[in-house]
Design a protein around this ligand. Structure first.
Ligand code: FPP
Length: 225
């Protein structure tokens, strides 16, 4: 039976969810943040899941209207501040990935505070991808390695990436079937699951069904049965 140790999710469909209800797009992000909490809690209650990586803000998302970007920054700040007790209660370690240097000093401070306060937690790792793009991550990693005279191997490259654990199961909500620059190296052998459900409607129950299907799939990693 396959174990989904590392689950990665592209949380898409917030804007469409809100627009379908005659609401502003940002309402979808707000409800989406509640779903982040529910899915994280579900994963933290399943010890076989070691890591949950969620695509919260991509390197391309800066191109969105200024007000939407500002809303997402405030929402993230508020989420992290409000959720800290829950991270601790559920023994969840927070490990962001991405280039955090682009964020405001105060948001970076909030992020670092939650990283520090949860550093001792040894249950689920919740990794939010923030100002993250897989191409940017690879370029930063290669530039890091370049400073040493080491020959680059898959291991040295993997160790220089923000996210060092291969993805077992990659889910995208919202109906589109693309990876959008998410964990391109780490998802080399991931099972891909695309669902039409918009992120604000995604539930722990649906995730449970996806994990149950994943557990039955035969994974060969390029070899034979
Ligand atoms: C994609 O939906 C979603 C995002 C760009 C941001 C993801 C953010 C959240 C789920 C909420 C905030 C998260 C945290 C951790 C506080 P979209 O707006 O592209 O949807 P659309 O495809 O329907 O337009």
């Amino acid at each position: 039976m396959n174990i989904a140790k590392h689950i990665a999710i592209i949380m898409d469909g917030n804007g469409r969810w809100a627009e379908a209800r005659g609401e502003k797009r940002v309402k979808g992000h707000e409800v989406g943040a509640d779903v982040v909490r529910d899915i994280t809690t579900y994963c933290s209650n399943h010890p076989q899941i070691e890591r949950l990586t969620l695509y919260a803000f991509s390197t391309e998302n800066w191109k969105r209207p200024r007000l939407e970007v500002e809303f997402l920054m405030k929402l993230l700040d508020r989420y992290l501040k409000n959720e800290l007790p829950k991270y601790l209660e559920n023994n969840v370690r927070f490990e962001p990935i991405g280039d955090l240097s682009a964020f405001s000093a105060s948001l970076q401070k909030t992020i670092q505070h939650v990283v520090d306060k949860t550093a001792h937690c040894n249950g689920l790792v919740q990794s939010l991808a923030l100002n993250y793009g897989a191409q940017d991550e690879l370029v930063r990693a290669i530039n890091k390695i370049k400073r040493t005279s080491e020959t680059i191997t898959p291991e040295t490259l993997s160790n220089a990436l923000d996210c060092k654990q291969d993805v077992d199961l990659l889910i995208r909500t919202g109906g589109d079937k693309r990876l959008s620059n998410f964990l391109l190296w780490q998802a080399a052998y991931a099972e891909l699951c695309f669902v039409d459900t918009l992120w604000p409607d995604f539930t722990p129950n649906e995730l449970e069904g996806i994990i149950a299907n994943f557990s039955k799939i035969e994974r060969r990693f390029g070899g034979l049965k």
